[in-house]
Design a protein around this ligand. Structure first.
Ligand SMILES: [Mg+2]
Length: 172
């Protein structure tokens, strides 16, 4: 049995798809995911800066699509391990209540006891941390697992998981 800290945005919730969908709805341009590969998160869209503003817009965190396999694998992980959802929610003021409501809708099997909304993740102590940003993984003392996202495809030096299926293969 291990303790596993799981990030939300870019790991459980599909931030990239949400950027693309919101951009298309507001600016009428459907950006291909492939054009965002290797670019810093929220950049790579025709109008620079506007996607960053989505993060401050009510509803953005509440309506993100779930990343494929996250529900099934996290439910299974709970039977074998101690699972905590660890999300840096403090940066975006409205995101905290939206993230909690999102978890209640899509992950009702996760108790509030296992949800940690925080600022920096440096304080987090666990055996594994699954995250899409190395800023969260670099100071981690356990085994970091970099969850593949368009913005991190060129990052090297971290053990990588590309899908929830791969997380299941590793930890179940
Ligand atoms: Mg993230």
């Amino acid at each position: 049995m291990a303790t596993i800290a799981i990030d939300m945005d870019g790991v459980m919730a599909d931030s990239t798809q949400q950027y693309i969908d919101w951009y298309a709805a507001r600016y009428g341009v459907k950006v291909e995911k492939a054009t965002l590969l290797g670019k810093p998160e929220t950049t790579g869209f025709p109008l620079e800066g506007v996607v960053r503003q989505f993060l401050y817009t009510p509803g953005f965190f509440r309506t993100k699509p779930v990343i494929e396999g996250a529900q099934e694998v996290i439910k299974a992980l709970q039977d074998k391990h101690e699972v905590y959802i660890v999300s840096a929610a403090m940066e975006f003021p409205q995101s905290l209540s939206e993230k909690l409501a999102w978890l209640e809708e899509y992950f009702p099997f996760i108790s509030w006891h296992n949800i940690v909304f925080c600022g920096y993740k440096n304080i987090v102590d666990a055996d594994y941390m699954i995250d899409d940003h190395i800023k969260n993984l670099s100071a981690f003392k356990g085994q970091p697992l970099l969850f593949t996202a368009p913005h991190n495809v060129n990052v090297e030096g971290f053990k990588r998981v590309n899908t929830w299926e791969e997380v299941g293969q590793l930890l179940l």
